[in-house]
Design a protein around this ligand. Structure first.
Ligand code: HEC
Ligand code: HEC
Ligand code: HEC
Ligand code: HEC
Ligand code: HEC
Ligand code: HEC
Ligand code: HEC
Ligand code: HEC
Ligand code: HEC
Ligand code: HEC
Ligand code: HEC
Ligand code: HEC
Ligand code: HEC
Length: 456
């Protein structure tokens, strides 16, 4: 029915009244195309007797206007293939003679482009609303692979056949025939997530771009509609982190246990820099609130207990920043330290080996034998930091005197020092202008910045 026959035009005039009745607000009908009632000739002719008996009937079929679509071709009866219409495939493409155009939006579903309305709609009648030939997702799976909902975890709306909640079956303003842009599409239902994003200070760039960067909208192999879980998921984009983590000489157990990266990071948004789920100290205490077994089998100190028992916390710890010294992702340095720091008690001095401490402190405290300003640890002008540490053979490392994390003594001086299997108390006493110690390894030594003490 591509061209209007003169016969049709005559008919058209006579059906003006009917057309007015069936005009729908949603649907634009061309008044020119609706012919007179033919029910008597087709439906009741004992030929097409079941026509019009479905639950939902196309109103023109109900009206018996068969020839609107089929035409009144005399060939109907004479056709070599009896009861079949010559141009039957073309008929389906003529729906637009009454219905509004469906390819008005940018992204048109392929069958609509092709005018294959009957790929989804029955032209006559059907048991399903909107004259659909099937309902739910089975309609779509006539043409699409059911594989998309076959993975272990199926998304609620896709599971219940709600394909058209997200996809417009005809045409849409967004690619993949989506009714909304991403992530708004997801926020239609996940309103709590919309709120989370709007209120958060730090949001993950791929999440505001598209939730489908990580989630499968249909079904997925892993929980939470994920095809990959952290860390694999995260490493897909964070290639540099993958390098860092897998090549680190000292790896951190935190990435291997529990929720891996999500032990510390939020996948979507948070109020803390780097989208941490808590401030670093609290993160660390999730696991280091007990003795944790290191990869070398050693039991690591219970840090929570240590910090509770030692009230004077080192600056960065007061700022809750354990990551000031440790790299939570692993490191080439022992104890996953961010910078070099001697692992042993004694160490030939080089300034590089103390890079960790001198990230934040003045390295000049260990560099000159004499000073009146650089450090308080001096006897007269003799720099005692220099004296103890700056030795080419057997320099004492900072740990000989200082606790790195916390202590109950002034200036983070430690209570005791290990010596073989023994611990000797240092007995540090701080005075107004100096101090003294009486460790097990030597007799009482004093220093005084004003009146140099002779310790001999
Ligand atoms: C809206 C257009 C339209 C109207 C109105 C219409 N048809 Fe059809 N008809 C079609 C199309 C399109 C096909 C091809 C079948 C397909 O693609 O599913 C068809 C196919 C048929 C067929 C053969 C295949 C089948 O489904 O049995 C018969 C018979 C038929 N129509 C009878 C009728 C009769 C009788 C009426 C009037 C009561 C009628 N049609 C009204 C569009 C229409
Ligand atoms: C002669 C005019 C005309 C033609 C041609 C026509 N339709 Fe219709 N169609 C109507 C009318 C009138 C209605 C009833 C309007 C209503 O219920 O909103 C209707 C209703 C429908 C509905 C149901 C809408 C609903 O909300 O339930 C669908 C689907 C539909 N038509 C599809 C088609 C398809 C597919 C074709 C082509 C095969 C087609 N129509 C050809 C006039 C036509
Ligand atoms: C891929 C399947 C599919 C194809 C192809 C398709 N439709 Fe639909 N159509 C639907 C579904 C599903 C609905 C009901 C859901 C909705 O309202 O979006 C619908 C609803 C409709 C409606 C009633 C609601 C409305 O929007 O007014 C009409 C009329 C309609 N389609 C006409 C057509 C016409 C004309 C064509 C061909 C140009 C067509 N459809 C092609 C699936 C399809
Ligand atoms: C009559 C067959 C047919 C039916 C039924 C059908 N589709 Fe399609 N659909 C296609 C074809 C053909 C393509 C184009 C395929 C391609 O480009 O790979 C397509 C493409 C798509 C696309 C991708 C669009 C893009 O830009 O690549 C989506 C999404 C889609 N269909 C969803 C649906 C949904 C949802 C349903 C059910 C409401 C459905 N389809 C029913 C034939 C169909
Ligand atoms: C929650 C919303 C949502 C639902 C429900 C949904 N889809 Fe999709 N679908 C999407 C999004 C988003 C994309 C685009 C994915 C992308 O860009 O990676 C898509 C893509 C597609 C594609 C093209 C790409 C592909 O993965 O093959 C098809 C086909 C498709 N959907 C069909 C369906 C069918 C069939 C259903 C019902 C079983 C369905 N969709 C249900 C959101 C949805
Ligand atoms: C039509 C409403 C709807 C839309 C739109 C929707 N979802 Fe869902 N989503 C649900 C329902 C319902 C569930 C199942 C809820 C449950 O099991 O707690 C769900 C579950 C999920 C889950 C798993 C939650 C869990 O706790 O296991 C994720 C992840 C998810 N959706 C992501 C998305 C993404 C991404 C989009 C956009 C592409 C999206 N959703 C769009 C309704 C929707
Ligand atoms: C960078 C990857 C990524 C992106 C992008 C992403 N998510 Fe998620 N999402 C995840 C991961 C990983 C989980 C699992 C969280 C867990 O195990 O606690 C998750 C869990 C969820 C859950 C269920 C648990 C919860 O937090 O409520 C929902 C719902 C969800 N995401 C929705 C969304 C929405 C909506 C978007 C887009 C605005 C989105 N996601 C974008 C990675 C992502
Ligand atoms: C689809 C790619 C993609 C995936 C998957 C992904 N990210 Fe991201 N991530 C990004 C992008 C892009 C940025 C923004 C980088 C920028 O702004 O320089 C980012 C930023 C980050 C940041 C903040 C970096 C900074 O310097 O502020 C962290 C932390 C992060 N992602 C962790 C994760 C974690 C954990 C996962 C796994 C749950 C993950 N990402 C999965 C792409 C991704
Ligand atoms: C033990 C807690 C913890 C775990 C587990 C963790 N991170 Fe981090 N991540 C952090 C902290 C803390 C920062 C801030 C770093 C800083 O201040 O030096 C950070 C920063 C980042 C950054 C920003 C760039 C940078 O290095 O500063 C990215 C990207 C990142 N993490 C990705 C990941 C990925 C991917 C995983 C999983 C393989 C992961 N993180 C596991 C605590 C963790
Ligand atoms: C000022 C730098 C610095 C800060 C800040 C810091 N650490 Fe350390 N941490 C170190 C150094 C150095 C070592 C190695 C100590 C040694 O072996 O002498 C270490 C060792 C450790 C160990 C191993 C202990 C053992 O028994 O061998 C754990 C666990 C630890 N730190 C956790 C933490 C936690 C948790 C925080 C935050 C509360 C934190 N660190 C803050 C420097 C720091
Ligand atoms: C999810 C649990 C978890 C979290 C959170 C965690 N860790 Fe660990 N950490 C471990 C485990 C398990 C080990 C022992 C295995 C190993 O040595 O890597 C460990 C080992 C360590 C070590 C010793 C590494 C070595 O082998 O020398 C240090 C230092 C450390 N963690 C510091 C931190 C810091 C700082 C944080 C916070 C930024 C933190 N950890 C957060 C589980 C965790
Ligand atoms: C991330 C920065 C940072 C690193 C790394 C760091 N410190 Fe500190 N340190 C501080 C801050 C901040 C203070 C507090 C200063 C204040 O209260 O005025 C402090 C205080 C001290 C104090 C007490 C000083 C005083 O005057 O009370 C000592 C001793 C000390 N650090 C030793 C070390 C040693 C040893 C190292 C290396 C293992 C180290 N620090 C690494 C930041 C750091
Ligand atoms: C032999 C013991 C000893 C060693 C080893 C030692 N310190 Fe000290 N340090 C002290 C004493 C004692 C004080 C307190 C001086 C005072 O205020 O009277 C001090 C004070 C400090 C201060 C406060 C500022 C200052 O200089 O007065 C810093 C910072 C410091 N030490 C860092 C370090 C670092 C870094 C190392 C390793 C490179 C180190 N110390 C090694 C004993 C030591």
């Amino acid at each position: 029915m591509n061209k209007k026959s003169p016969k049709m035009i005559v008919l058209n005039v006579s059906i003006l009244v009917i057309t007015t009745v069936i005009l729908s607000s949603r649907t634009v009908y061309s008044q020119d195309n609706v012919p007179a009632r033919e029910a008597d000739t087709c439906i009741s002719s004992n030929c097409h007797i079941t026509m019009g008996k479905d639950k939902f009937v196309h109103s023109i079929v109900a009206e018996g206007q068969c020839s609107v679509c089929h035409g009144k071709s005399p060939k109907h009866k004479d056709s070599p293939k009896k009861y079949k219409f010559e141009q039957i495939e073309e008929i389906g493409k003529n729906c637009y003679s009454c219905h509004k155009k469906y390819e008005t939006k940018i992204y048109v579903h392929y069958p609509v482009t092709e005018g294959e309305c009957t790929g989804c709609h029955s032209p006559h009648g059907s048991g399903y609303k909107h004259l659909l030939i099937k309902d739910g997702s089975s309609l779509c799976f006539d043409c699409h692979d059911e594989y998309i909902v076959s993975k272990k975890y199926v998304h609620g709306p896709a599971d219940s056949g709600g394909c058209i909640i997200c996809h417009d079956p005809h045409s849409a303003d967004y690619a993949m025939n989506l009714r909304e842009r991403l992530p708004e599409l997801c926020f239609m239902c996940h309103t709590e997530k919309a709120k989370e994003f709007a209120e958060a200070k730090v949001v993950h760039k791929p999440a505001v771009e598209s939730c489908t960067n990580c989630h499968n909208p249909h079904s997925a192999r892993k929980k939470f509609m994920l095809d990959d879980e952290p860390p694999t998921l995260c490493f897909k984009c964070h290639k540099e982190k993958k390098e860092e983590v897998t090549n680190a000489a000292v790896q951190h157990g935190a990435l291997m246990v529990g929720k891996a990266c999500l032990n510390c990071h939020e996948p979507h948004a948070s109020n803390i820099a780097k989208r941490l789920s808590m401030v670093p100290l609290d993160l660390c205490m999730q696991c280091h609130n007990k003795q944790v077994k290191a990869t070398d089998g050693r039991l690591l100190t219970n840090m929570k207990k240590l910090l509770e028992e030692n009230k004077d916390h080192h600056g960065p710890i007061r700022e809750k920043n354990c990551a000031g010294c440790h790299n939570p992702h692993g490191s080439d340095e022992f104890r996953i330290l961010k910078e070099k720091y001697p692992a042993k008690f004694y160490m030939p001095f080089t300034i590089e080996s103390y890079k960790l401490c001198f990230k934040c402190h003045e390295q000049s405290i260990v560099q000159s034998p004499e000073t009146t300003t650089l450090t308080s640890f001096r006897n007269g002008n003799d720099n005692l930091h220099f004296k103890h540490i700056n030795s080419p053979t057997k320099g004492r490392t900072c740990r000989a005197c200082h606790e790195t994390h916390a202590s109950n003594y002034p200036k983070h001086i430690r209570k005791s020092v290990p010596f073989g299997n023994w611990e000797f108390d240092i007995n540090y006493v701080k005075t107004e202008t100096g101090g003294s110690c009486l460790p097990g390894c030597h007799k009482l030594r004093e220093y005084d910045r004003v009146e140099k003490v002779d310790n001999k």
